[in-house]
Design a protein around this ligand. Structure first.
Ligand code: M6R
Length: 608
């Protein structure tokens, strides 16, 4: 979603801001803009479309002189993508300018109040009220002005603000939208996400809710909304800046798919110690694990799909009832959380607005929340009671692959931990499951090496209109994710169905040649899924099957079969998803789609 970069220092600001914004492109955007103070006034340049347009307009920033400025990539919420709606936004005198991520929920009220006072609005955005409100309160003290505005606005924001009167300062503020600041010997930086400034500094400060930062060329000061000065500790970012580069791969998505063996290893191995599973971050004794009588998993998108798998695995191995909710539903459905329940939220970014709201709702009701999170220091990581990190490193492609795979194995570990503590897994089964877990990285690599076969098959479907994914139990969970991977990057309509549900309506959509991907990795259900395959085949479907090597019987019902290596049935998702990710990827590549930045999508959904 929208990106913010700001700089004040001794170097020309515009090229630094453009460079930072380019590192945030993956988040999704439809227009971009920069405001730079040139020594006399603030100049703004904006453009619709890719950042390249803004780069060309400003010759890589060269035509915008000045050593302090703010920049933005906008993902439209209020008003269409256009130059007028793009950020930064000015006050009428063009002396105050602001960039904003998030949503000002009371903007209509504020807009009316300001209009009544004679302010004129040029854009349809909620952000423009901030520029005029800053103007309304400005009496020569920028810090006081910013805090007054923050007291008036409701909703979420990460802000970068520039006052022409005080060109030696840039302001940043945050509530419920991520923001970091950092410093090096050349100046101070603002960014909505670490990769934007990682090239310049590894020491960053996470701005907390309702904090304001005053940045000068050589130092930064932090304040509360009541202007009290705060002391904050920097966090050193450990991951390599190259981790956020393509490293010769055609797309980040392909690179990230290839990183899955490592991601899975990094998430698993530190938690497997001397033939046991040790999840220190859980902070729970065996007695406490035993007292949990229900688990609520809450997440969005692919993280939700990982949660659906988690339900089958935890219920199967630990015999604890698990409810899985979409965070956007959970937060408003007044869920029943009873004593003994535990809430687990899953999120790659750690910033998904609905997931964060679900976490807060659970905490407000007195329940402890475990976060399974990828981004260190993200809002969910900081607000959850306990955090189990998925060590996937930075994920840039909008379509998640490696973080999803890491979430799966984190859930397997949890299931085994609970299962063992509750006496539901005996030592023989535990040892065998551990062996299967350790084999997963190599097996994933093997499947990735089969990419040419999948690519060939995918090329036949670049013209497909509809594709259906079916499966039962864990295979249904895999189908959900396989279907999302295909539709989000290739724009082909696709649905996932529990195979047994087909007859209850969806089968009427099957026509001659419709592709049905049947996932069948659960031995107990092989025969059942084969029946469903036969049913769709009889109505003209072309059936692709993803199954285990032992299930040769399936060849009688399928038109094309992809085999996955042997593992415990609880872990098959980690393997079966690989060919489905590759399938979605190669269909999208074949169609010429922008694989890493699909239309209308953002990497982290920080608004409702
Ligand atoms: O950052 P999160 O894991 O909380 O994000 C959740 C979803 O927005 C995300 O999984 C989304 O569905 C991806 N586009 C899937 O590829």
């Amino acid at each position: 979603m929208c990106g913010i970069v700001g700089y004040i220092g001794t170097k020309q600001a515009a090229p630094i801001i453009l460079d930072g914004l380019s590192k945030l492109e993956y988040r999704g955007y439809d227009s971009a803009g920069m405001a730079i103070y040139d020594g006399g006034k603030i100049n703004i340049t904006k453009s619709v479309g890719r950042l390249k347009v803004l780069e060309n307009l400003t010759h890589g920033g060269e035509t915008m002189p000045g050593i302090c400025g703010i920049g933005h990539t906008r993902w439209a919420t209020h008003g269409v993508p256009s130059n007028t709606n793009a950020h930064p936004h000015y006050n009428a005198a063009e002396t105050i300018t602001v960039v904003h991520n998030g949503i000002i929920e009371n903007y209509l009220h504020l807009r009316q109040m300001l209009t009544d006072k004679g302010y004129q609005f040029v854009s349809e955005t909620d952000t423009e009220v901030l520029a005029h409100l800053l103007d309304y309160y400005y009496r020569g003290n920028p810090l006081e002005t910013v805090t007054k505005v923050l007291h008036r606005v409701e909703g979420s924001y990460a802000l970068g603000i520039l006052f022409a009167d005080c060109p030696d300062q840039v302001f940043a503020a945050r509530k419920d939208s991520p923001l970091v600041v950092g410093q090096n010997e050349d100046g101070c930086f603002i960014a909505s996400d670490v990769p934007a400034i990682l090239k310049y500094t590894r020491k960053v400060y996470y701005v907390d809710n309702q904090e304001v930062v005053r940045l000068r060329a050589d130092h930064m000061h932090f304040y509360s909304v009541d202007e009290e000065e705060l002391t904050k500790e920097p966090v050193t970012i450990e991951w390599d800046a190259n981790a956020a580069e393509k490293a010769g791969y055609e797309h980040f998505m392909l690179k990230e798919m290839y990183e899955q063996p490592k991601t899975v290893t990094d998430t698993l191995m530190p938690r497997i110690k001397e033939k046991d599973i040790v999840i220190e971050e859980l902070n729970m004794s065996d007695e406490e694990l035993n007292s949990v009588n229900k688990i609520h998993i809450v997440a969005c998108g692919s993280a939700y799909h990982a949660g659906v798998t988690g339900k089958y695995v935890i219920e199967g191995l630990a015999r604890i009832p698990v409810e899985v909710d979409l965070a956007s539903e959970f937060r408003y459905r007044n869920p029943i959380l009873e004593e003994g329940a535990m809430v687990v939220v899953i999120s790659q970014s750690g910033e998904t607005a609905d997931t964060l709201a679900a976490l807060r709702e659970s905490k407000a009701r007195g329940f402890k929340v475990l976060g399974i999170v990828n981004v260190v220091g993200s809002s969910i990581a900081r607000e959850a009671d306990n955090v189990m990190y998925t060590w996937a490193g930075p994920e840039i492609a909008v379509a998640t692959t490696k973080a999803y795979s890491a979430q799966l194995v984190a859930l397997y570990l949890l299931a085994m931990k609970f299962g063992k503590a509750r006496g539901k897994i005996d030592s023989k089964l535990f040892a065998s499951l551990l062996g299967d877990l350790k084999r997963l990285p190599n097996q994933i690599e093997m499947l990735l090496n089969n990419k040419l076969k999948i690519q060939k098959f995918a090329n036949r479907y670049i013209g497909a209109k509809d594709v259906f994914f079916i499966g039962r139990g864990i295979d249904y969970a895999i189908s959900l994710e396989g279907s999302l991977k295909l539709k989000e990057i290739s724009y082909i309509h696709s649905e996932a169905y529990a195979a047994g549900e087909l007859k209850h309506g969806t089968i009427s959509l099957i026509e001659e040649g419709t592709l049905v991907a049947a996932v069948s990795t659960q031995p107990d259900l092989y025969a059942k899924t084969i029946s469903n395959m036969v049913e769709v085949k009889a109505r003209g479907a072309f059936v692709l099957a993803v199954t285990c090597e032992e299930n040769k019987e399936i060849e009688k019902a399928a038109d094309y079969v992809i085999y996955i290596p042997e593992t415990n049935p609880y872990f098959t998702n980690s393997l079966a998803i690989i060919p489905l990710q590759l399938f979605g990827y190669y269909v999208a590549v074949g169609k010429g789609c922008d694989v890493d930045k699909p239309r209308n999508l953002a990497k982290s959904v920080t608004v409702e």
